[in-house]
Ligand binder design. Structure first.
Ligand SMILES: Cc1ncc(COP(=O)(O)O)c(C=O)c1O
Length: 411
């Protein structure tokens, strides 16, 4: 814990100052402590006027927003809230990258927004960010532009170009910054460009899991409040909220940023521009490399079958990063297997097949390894033997039903 940061935190200060009391209120564990509910002294997130209001205002100032809202339901809730704000302003469609997080498509479905999908070419197995021309074209047929910045692999879209396009079209720019909150105060930060953006504070800053912030500027601030009030929980966790405030106030760690760059170079990681995500190609020996690291007590963020991704934050310890480099330098490297092109959307009856039986069939539902929760096989794509094997061997997946792939029935 950084004591100086902690002293500046409103919510943590309130929790420290609370008196012991007898609980005839939720939560049911009945233990007084940090996990309290809305009490006369702890404010109310649905209508904040005390400590939560102050914390939200100060967070907005730190993030360069006109309004910021604490979330205890992850970036998912922020994405739903941003798209609800767009819908309430009369928006009917939004341009989105094909490999946007599933919450974007879910929110569009729930709110009746049409996603105008920008196809993403995969380069070395990683979806590339939409080009300026793709953004311009998609924005022509949509009421807003939503980008992911950075993506799970640490790559950035051209946010300055996106801003110019949105200004010229008079349409809002929304940014899913689930992986970008460590960039606040830098020229790469989403808040420097977007009208509405979400910070997944729990991913790249030291906050508890599910802690996030959604922010807006100008007229979007009030609309976003409505969205937030619709989607966020009515029982927010005080430990999570306190950790979000702590994380947003957490300073940059120049030493770890420098060492991350050195580690990336030493390991042959991709040049992605995001120090917090070291993406190292191990190809078809990814599983072996991951197992060897785990045997030494080292766990990565994800293994997508080509790359292992190591997620850092300003709280990463230098000695742990050094250990990773020492171990990973000696690990086996294999050949990367990159995906087949997407055939396009098709329809028909859907059947479920075991991965090996699904080879050669057309996928009917996006599915992949989790995380990164980016489809490995997309609807319309032919299931290849390599990808079927990657799905069959994954510890966690999404989009499968009982381990089986949804494919279109043939003939
Ligand atoms: C790009 C992106 N957006 C949004 C989310 C959702 O974030 P959360 O899990 O905090 O709801 C994720 C989760 O991994 C993500 O990768």
């Amino acid at each position: 814990m950084n004591r100086r940061v902690l002293r500046a935190c409103r919510i943590a200060g309130m929790l420290r100052a609370q008196k012991r009391h007898i609980s005839f209120h939720t939560p049911g564990h009945k233990r007084a402590g940090a996990d309290i509910t809305e009490l006369p002294y702890s404010d109310n997130l649905l209508s904040p006027s005390g400590v939560l209001d102050r914390a939200e205002r100060e967070i907005a100032q730190l993030l360069g927003a006109d309004a910021s809202y604490l979330l205890t339901d992850g970036s998912t809730c922020g994405i739903f809230s941003m798209l609800a704000a767009l819908r309430s302003a009369g928006g009917r469609s939004v341009a989105v990258p094909a490999y946007a997080h599933r919450s974007v498509f879910n929110a569009c479905g729930v709110m009746g927004l049409m996603p105008v999908v920008m196809e993403q070419e995969t380069v070395q197995g990683i979806p590339s960010q939409p080009s300026q021309a793709q953004m311009a074209q998609a924005l022509n047929g949509a009421d807003a532009l939503l980008l992911t910045s950075p993506d799970y692999y640490g790559f950035f879209p051209d946010l300055a170009a996106a801003r110019r396009l949105c200004d010229a079209a008079g349409k809002p720019l929304l940014v899913d910054g689930a992986h970008g909150s460590h960039l606040k105060g830098t020229p790469l930060y989403a808040g420097g460009f977007a009208d509405l953006w979400v910070d997944g504070v729990h991913k790249s800053l030291p906050a508890l899991t599910q802690g996030a912030v959604v922010s807006a500027k100008g007229v979007w601030a009030a609309r976003l409040r409505e969205g937030v009030q619709t989607f966020r929980t009515s029982s927010p966790s005080y430990p999570i909220m306190a950790s979000v405030e702590y994380a947003v106030r957490f300073p940059r760690n120049a030493a770890i940023e420098r060492e991350a760059e050195a580690a990336r170079r030493a390991l042959g990681g991709l040049e992605n521009g995001d120090w917090s995500k070291i993406v190292v190609p191990f190809g078809d020996r990814c599983d072996e490399a991951e197992r060897m690291l785990m045997a030494h007590g080292v766990y990565c963020e994800f293994n997508d079958g080509n790359y292992l991704m190591f997620y850092l934050s300003p709280a990463t310890k230098r000695r742990e990063l050094k250990k990773l480099v020492r171990l990973a330098e000696r690990l086996p490297r294999g050949k990367c297997v990159f995906g087949a092109p997407v055939r396009g959307m098709v329809g028909g009856n859907i059947v479920l097949l075991a991965p090996e039986a699904a080879v050669g069939h057309t996928c009917a539902r996006d599915c992949g390894r989790f995380p990164p929760c980016i489809p490995l096989v997309r609807r319309g794509e032919t299931v290849t033997a390599e990808k079927a094997e990657l799905l069959a061997s994954a510890a966690n997946t999404f989009g499968l039903t009982g381990g089986r792939i949804a494919v279109f029935e043939e003939g």
